[in-house]
Structures are given as structure tokens and as C-alpha cells.
Design a protein around this ligand. Structure first.
Ligand code: ATP
Ligand code: MG
Length: 274
């Protein structure tokens, strides 16, 4: 067992994990008669890669949507940076430093890669749209700053060669990378990735894994990752939450979770198409 003290700890392979930054307490989420999340609690530590796994329909995306503020749970609370988070719309949650990608790609297909990534900075823009549109004084200076940040993200994710390409023309794997770029452009403290590698081939998965590790390493970004590929999960994550039918059935290091009988049972006989 790891000594997970309040201030943080160092993992067996030397990774520095910080204190708890976000805590989900007794979260219950219902859609009509369906209980998508049943009284689940877990925490996320600063700088860690925290995976959420489980069979199809387990409630993983719902949980991510609760963290991003897209769904408001009927019960439970979210403690973020030591304070109970008030009810707020997703764009306000985003302003507190939480960015996400979607299970199904949600980009503006007709717009260029560059412009799509720029939309990731919308939340950080101070000048209103009118000033931006008129390219006026402080707005023009602000725009330059945003462009600079976006160019850094483009370099980091090695997508210079497609910066002017309309997203519609990109192959699937690159679209997923552009979505990651857009989320990174928001300079999040917590990055939520809902199946960033689904549908990718082995090589694309390796690239995406490397980028996720690099983001975590270079910027200290805390990462919450939903992923079906167990090899990827075991390789990347520091701790794993396992969900099944809306319940939490496991929580621990990859090794702890792998040897948990409830987890093994939940996965037996369950088919995964991703
Ligand atoms: N907006 C919604 N309205 C009604 N039911 C929903 C809604 N979103 C999710 N659900 C239901 O909640 C349950 C959990 O769904 P969720 O998408 O969170 O699962 P998941 O673990 O992400 O699955 P997958 O691996 O297939 O993506 C399912 O029964 C689903 O049908
Ligand atoms: Mg999902």
C-alpha cells in the first residue's frame, strides 16, 4: 500500500503526487428512473493521472460530466481546492481551471485547426466579442497573446503541418489530437479526457499516450482519463476508479485494482467494442 499522506507522496516509479485537489462526496445522479451514479465518493490528487474505468454504461461519462459541471447531481457535493463548489454552469467551471474533451468529437468541422484551438481560449478572453471583432486597442493586444499561447500548444502536440486545414478533412486520430489541443489551450489545472484513444490504431494510441504523459510532466496538469484499453490504463495511470452499473467497485493503484475480485468479476463476460 502507498502512504498517501495529506501533502502527497512519491510513487514506486518516482512520480510526485500532490495533495487532494478535487473531492467527490457521495455523488448520486439520476436520469428519470435511471440511477447513473450511485453514491460514489473518490478524490483526485494534484499532478496525478487518475483513470475511471468500467464496462459500457457504467456511468463513467456521467461522472466526468458531473466534474465538468455539465450534469448537476441530485445528491452529494464537490470539494474543489478546499471549498465546496457552488452550483454553476459548465463555462464557469471551465474558468476555475477544468477543461475537457468529449467521447464523441465535438469540433467545428468547417473551421481550421487553428481556429478550433482558439475557441479553447474563449473562457480566458477579457475583451468582449465586439472589441475583438473590431480589432481594437487592448483587444488586438489580447488577441496576440492568445495566438502565442495557441501556437505553443500547436508546437507541443506536433500539429504545425495541419494548422490551416479544415477539421473536416482530418483523419480521426488527428481530430482527437486537435480536441486535446483545444482543451490544452485553456491552460487547465485539471484535464478531463473521455476516451481520448477510442477508435485509434496502435500507433495513434502510442502517440496519444505519449502526449498525455508529456502534458502531465511538462505542465503538471492533473489528468482524469476514461479509457477502455486496459494496457493504456495500467501504463498511464497512478490510481484507478472502477465503476459498474453506477457503483464504485474498486479504487486504488493499477495493481490493486487488477487484483480486486469485484473488478475481475465485473469484467468477466462483458464485451467491449472499443
Ligand atoms: N443524458 C442522459 N439521459 C438519460 N440517461 C442517460 C444520459 N446519459 C447517460 N445516461 C444513462 O446513464 C448510464 C450511464 O451512462 P454513461 O454514458 O455515463 O456510461 P459510460 O460508462 O460512459 O459508458 P460507455 O463506456 O459506453 O461510454 C447509462 O444507463 C445511460 O443510458
Ligand atoms: Mg462514456
Amino acid at each position: 500500500m502507498l502512504d498517501q499522506s495529506a501533502e502527497g507522496y512519491v510513487t514506486a516509479d518516482g512520480r510526485q503526487i500532490g495533495p487532494v485537489v478535487l473531492e467527490l462526496k457521495n455523488i448520486t445522479l439520476r436520469f428519470g428512473g435511471v440511477e447513473a451514479i450511485k453514491n460514489i465518493s473518490f478524490d483526485i490528487r494534484e499532478g496525478e493521472i487518475r483513470a475511471i474505468i468500467g464496462p459500457n454504461g457504467a456511468g463513467k461519462s456521467s461522472m466526468m460530466n458531473v466534474i465538468s459541471g455539465f450534469y448537476v447531481p441530485q445528491e452529494g457535493e464537490i470539494i474543489y481546492k478546499g471549498y465546496k463548489r457552488a452550483k454553476m454552469p459548465p463555462y464557469q467551471v471551465a474558468r476555475t481551471g477544468i477543461a475537457r474533451t468529449f467521447q464523441n468529437i465535438a469540433l467545428f468541422e468547417g473551421m481550421s485547426v487553428l481556429d478550433n484551438i482558439m475557441t479553447g481560449r474563449m473562457n480566458l478572453m477579457k475583451s468582449g466579442f465586439l472589441k475583438q471583432a473590431l480589432w481594437w486597442g487592448p483587444a488586438a493586444r489580447e488577441e496576440d497573446e492568445h495566438r502565442e499561447k495557441v501556437e505553443k500548444v500547436i508546437d507541443f502536440l506536433e500539429i504545425q503541418h495541419i494548422r490551416k486545414t479544415p477539421v473536416a478533412r482530418l483523419p480521426y486520430g488527428l481530430k482527437k489530437r486537435v480536441e486535446l489541443a483545444r482543451a490544452l489551450a485553456a491552460e487547465p489545472q485539471i484535464l478531463l479526457l473521455d476516451e481520448p484513444m477510442a477508435g485509434m490504431n496502435v500507433e495513434e494510441k502510442e502517440d496519444m499516450s505519449r502526449f498525455i504523459l508529456d502534458v502531465n510532466d511538462e505542465f503538471g496538469t492533473t489528468i482524469v482519463l476514461i479509457e477502455h484499453d486496459m494496457g493504456v490504463v495500467m501504463d498511464l495511470s497512478d490510481r484507478v476508479v472502477v465503476m459498474d452499473y453506477g457503483k464504485k467497485i474498486g479504487d486504488g493503484t493499477p495493481d490493486e485494482v487488477r487484483n480486486n475480485q469485484d473488478v475481475i468479476d465485473a469484467y468477466l463476460g462483458v464485451s467491449h467494442d472499443e
